[in-house]
Design a protein around this ligand. Sequence first.
Ligand SMILES: CC(C)(COP(=O)(O)OP(=O)(O)OC[C@H]1O[C@@H](n2cnc3c(N)ncnc32)[C@H](O)[C@@H]1OP(=O)(O)O)[C@@H](O)C(=O)NCCC(=O)NCCS
Length: 205
Amino acid sequence: MSTLIRPYRPADLDDLHDICIRTGLVGRDATGHLRDPDILPVLFAAPYAEFDPGLVFVADNGRRVIGYVVCAADSAAHYAELRARWLPRYAERFPAPAGPPADLDEVFADLLHHAERMLVPEIADDYPAHLHIDLLPEGQRQGLGRRLMHTLFDALRERGVPGVHLNMSRENTDAAAFYDRIGFTELPLTEDRDDSIACLGYRLD
Ligand SMILES: CC(C)(COP(=O)(O)OP(=O)(O)OC[C@H]1O[C@@H](n2cnc3c(N)ncnc32)[C@H](O)[C@@H]1OP(=O)(O)O)[C@@H](O)C(=O)NCCC(=O)NCCS
């Protein structure tokens, strides 16, 4: 059966959760690398499906969802919503570290409590949207990532969004090759940022 790209449905949430963890460590399986890997979908998948399901698309192979793209059209509004109505739900399960993050679990917990740090003010006008895309290994290198991206781009154009960005670990050289083929370019940032993370942008006009 061929794999279909379709809009997200609430029943897909468990698959999103699973995919996010199994691709969550620089594109590879995070299982066993975190004490509680649920922090990954709590940060990088589930809130998008809840806040704006119209900008979530999935690859469905007829048995299950094997990949997704999630997006926030207005990143500043997304992080404000995370703080106001998402963080209270998870703050107790993933408490903020007492000091500087001591391990990977604490890095992500810290990010949950200060998600607005992911906002890049100098690109907010030109690239207000941001996205995350992940496919299970069995779905990779078959053109599904490209199809998910172009489905999302069409939805963003319909809303008049001028550009979309994403943050990528420079270690993820496979993803870098993919984004380059799709047409993303690295955005030169003036702000003092962690240089292990690249910010890539794609104009929709
Ligand atoms: C990165 C990812 C989204 C790419 O999706 P995909 O479905 O595998 O990519 P596609 O098959 O649609 O490929 C699109 C283009 O990118 C190229 N490409 C994809 N992966 C590549 C790789 N590892 N190396 C070189 N080129 C690659 C393809 O050759 C294709 O080029 P072309 O169509 O111009 O000939 C997917 O592999 C993935 O989910 N990886 C694990 C999770 C991850 O790293 N997510 C990104 C986190 S920032």
